[in-house]
Design a binder for this molecule. Structure first.
Ligand SMILES: *[C@@H]1O[C@H](CO)[C@@H](O)[C@H](O)[C@H]1NC(C)=O
Ligand SMILES: *[C@@H]1O[C@H](CO)[C@@H](O)[C@H](O)[C@H]1NC(C)=O
Length: 171
């Protein structure tokens, strides 16, 4: 019963897509926009090398502290996240690292926001990440449903900076 219902659902979507495809003029696709969300600075602790497992070499770096600030909110990063990095098993020599970060933001008005961040290092020395968020705060509830990306850049003294941007629909 479940599969039948979802099959009908998709059939309806496809039909709707066909109908609208004929109505849309062949304009070039427009890129979505990006709205600035915040900058966060993070200080990490000593790294722990878990070692070479089946998926590559796992390295864990705890988050010790941080602060974030943007047009809609600001606050601190609590010392309970980290980065679970994985060095590319096929090309371990050239520094490509997959990152898997969790941060916990505490806004200056007391809300907690869990941040999930995944991505990879780039050849230009930055890392590019996808960001998702989770909060129960009614004030910041909007952040649960945004699509966001970020760029990580190294700061002096073992710190990092991440600038985050929210995707917007083109007009
Ligand atoms: C992050 O660090 C930069 C450079 O050190 C500084 O200018 C900026 O104010 C910091 N931002 C936050 C939110 O801490
Ligand atoms: C890493 O090295 C491989 C060849 O071993 C190459 O194909 C790949 O593009 C390199 N990646 C980076 C990020 O340098």
């Amino acid at each position: 019963m479940k599969t039948e219902l979802s099959a009908i659902f998709w059939a309806v979507l496809v039909l709707a897509g066909l109908a609208s495809a004929t109505a849309i003029s062949p304009k070039p696709p427009k890129a979505p926009g990006l709205t600035y969300l915040y900058t966060v600075n993070i200080t990490g602790g000593d790294l722990y090398e878990v070692g070479a497992g089946p998926r590559g070499t796992r390295i864990v770096v705890p988050i010790l502290s941080g602060s974030f600030s943007g047009p809609k909110f600001k606050g601190t990063v609590l010392p309970l996240g980290g980065d679970w990095e994985l060095v590319d098993a096929n090309h371990p020599g050239n520094g490509t690292v997959t990152i898997d970060v969790r941060q916990t933001f505490k806004t200056d008005d007391g809300a907690l926001i869990q941040v999930f961040e995944s991505g990879a290092t780039q050849t230009d020395g930055t890392a590019h990440v996808r960001l998702t968020y989770e909060t129960g705060s009614q004030k910041y509830y909007w952040i649960n449903s945004i699509v966001a990306i970020g760029i990580i850049r190294p700061l002096p003294a073992g710190s990092l900076q991440i600038q985050a941007w929210q995707m917007t629909t083109p007009t």
